[in-house]
Design a protein around this ligand. Sequence first.
Ligand code: PGA
Length: 242
Amino acid sequence: MLEIGNFNKIIVANWKLQGSLSFIKTYIKNIKFDSVEEQTKCVVICPPFPFINQINSKDLLIGSQDCSVYVEGAFTGETSTKMLKDIGCNFCIVGHSERRSLFGESNEMIAIKIVNCLEEQIIPILCIGENLEQKKQNKTKEILINQVQKSIPKQANENNMIIAYEPIWAIGTGFTPTLDEISEIHTFIKNNILQSKEFKILYGGSVKSSNCNEILTQENVDGVLVGSASIDIEEFNKIIES
Ligand code: PGA
């Protein structure tokens, strides 16, 4: 397993249901590797399953957007962490809010997925975050505590797992929390929920080249999880350069 502690900045591209072979060819040709070469910076690309082993670049790490709760057997349409490891995945996004809301994933299923990742030495990137209603009702911290307590198995720790704080109302909307809010929530997750300053916590939700610099310099922000801006190579180059 990769030593997460060695990275002081982690940038994850979540392509969601987008991409093609020709898109990947152009993307890899145009990505600015110079800024990725620093050992302390880690850039992870998470394409859809069929394209995972098409990203052949020594400077990029590969992740999956999801994995199965199952390991092997008669489960049509599923992809196991064993298979993901086999094709070179080092990371796997787990419990993204779109998986939770559109595909009915529970915290309990997410905990199983994390165990499956850890068994294959894949680093799970666990997504947590509140929706707008919960934010308005001042329930953000309560929601995060519940998600963390129910979805993190006992085998997981700061050396083998990453958290992504993604307020659902910020995903794909162009809205973000204030910088103070981001820092406050990340500090709360580290100090109060996980009780470890060493846990890496990424921020996700409408990250783009114009806001990533200031987000990345906030206290207790260890990186970003980027959706739509990661599909635009010019945008993404500016993000990895920051
Ligand atoms: P966005 O998506 O950057 O398009 O808001 C982030 C995510 O869903 O991880």
